[in-house]
Design a protein around this ligand. Structure first.
Ligand SMILES: [Zn+2]
Length: 362
């Protein structure tokens, strides 16, 4: 397949052609120098790195109903919130099939990886691993220990199967719990993340100590708080649709202006489909509705580039021959690529390079 149009990746947007074989990039060059090969499919479009969904709770997909009225705390607060009752009442088989369905949807939308906060201790992570078996979506599972105070044995067993730990908020956990968990993650070379300033503002002194690898939300953070997060070089995963459901929004405009490392996620799968493309459009349009506009380039980076950098795999965000993760080809007009990608992408505009060749090889 030959894509004539533009590339949008870690180096920004530029006119280019990209040649692919079996989904993999074999050639990238300047427009006009591509040449034509007989029998080659030619697409006018934009090539982007495969997106990453930087914050999900896929276990929640056991329920897809409209959330009941009431404050978010009653819905998602551990251990007795609506969500945790649903999880407790769902069978293993129900959770497994719900997570598989969510991963299938992500795969169809070209998502290459997801960073999931998996509750329910080590069994929760193991269940997610089982659901992800055979899926093209790479799952980074941040588990959550069950016992309080934290049990060292449980923590070690959890970190043996998880990519890290994802806690509820600093408000929901003691300083001692956060310290124990952060120390164990650091020692095991794993990630430590937590939710922060979602429903109410929390003090950066608390959620930045001990130093996390990832903060989720910061919907109620002030510009000064955000500047502190930037200075501590901590990345933020924002979930604008999830926040909007409860009448809040992260200040994306300030985050862009201050130069934070921002990743995009779809949060609780019970409330929103894990569609990173829908999240991108909402993030962009929502920021304008709130009169805190962000650039389309910033939103595109939050889904296509920053998560790869955070995962320590920036090479997956650069469209060149040999890139380790197959890119996504979008049949979109290549003018102003970031704006096109953020506001217009839907699944049916994805060209599937190599699908035919892969079938033929089987
Ligand atoms: Zn979350």
């Amino acid at each position: 397949m030959l894509v004539v149009g533009a590339v949008l990746d870690i180096e920004g947007a530029r006119p280019a052609y990209v040649r692919l074989r079996a989904g993999r990039v074999t050639e990238v060059g300047s427009l006009g120098t591509e040449g034509r090969r007989r029998g080659e499919t030619v697409v006018r479009g934009i090539v982007v790195p495969a997106p990453v969904n930087a914050h999900t709770h896929l276990g929640d997909s056991v329920s897809v109903r409209e959330p009941p009225p009431g404050p978010v705390s009653r819905l998602i607060q551990p251990p007795h919130g609506y969500k945790f009752r649903l999880l407790a009442n769902a069978s293993r088989a129900e959770k497994l099939s719900a997570m598989r369905a969510a991963l299938r949807r992500m795969a169809r939308e070209g998502v290459a990886a997801t960073v999931d906060f998996r509750e329910e201790g080590r069994p929760g992570v193991e269940l997610l691993r089982e659901a992800a078996r055979g899926s093209p979506v790479r799952v980074y599972a941040l588990g959550r220990p069950l016992a309080r105070p934290v049990d060292q044995h449980e923590l070690r067993r959890l970190l043996a199967v998880a990519d890290g730990i994802g806690l509820s908020s600093a408000r929901d956990e003691t300083d001692e719990t956060r310290r124990t968990v952060a120390r164990a993650c650091r020692a095991a070379g794993r990630k430590f993340g937590l939710h922060a300033s979602e429903a109410v503002r929390e003090k950066p002194e608390r959620f930045l100590d001990p130093h996390p690898d990832l903060l989720i939300h910061l919907a109620k953070a002030t510009p000064d708080d955000l500047a502190q997060v930037r200075d501590e070089r901590v990345s933020v995963a924002v979930c604008p649709r999830s926040n909007a459901l409860f009448a809040r929004q992260p200040d994306l405009g300030a985050m862009e202006r201050l130069g934070l490392s921002v990743l995009l996620g779809t949060d609780n799968a019970m409330f929103h489909a894990p569609s990173i493309w829908r999240e991108m459009e909402f993030a962009y349009v929502g920021s304008r509705l709130r009169r805190r506009p962000v650039s389309a380039a910033f939103v595109a980076r939050a889904a296509l580039v920053e998560p790869w950098v955070w995962l320590g795999r920036p090479e997956a965000a650069l469209v060149i021959p040999g890139m380790p993760v197959a890119p996504v080809v979008l049949r979109l007009p290549p003018d102003d690529p970031a704006y096109q990608v953020v506001t217009r992408t839907t699944e049916h505009l994805m060209a599937r390079p190599g699908a035919r060749e892969r079938r033929a090889r089987r």
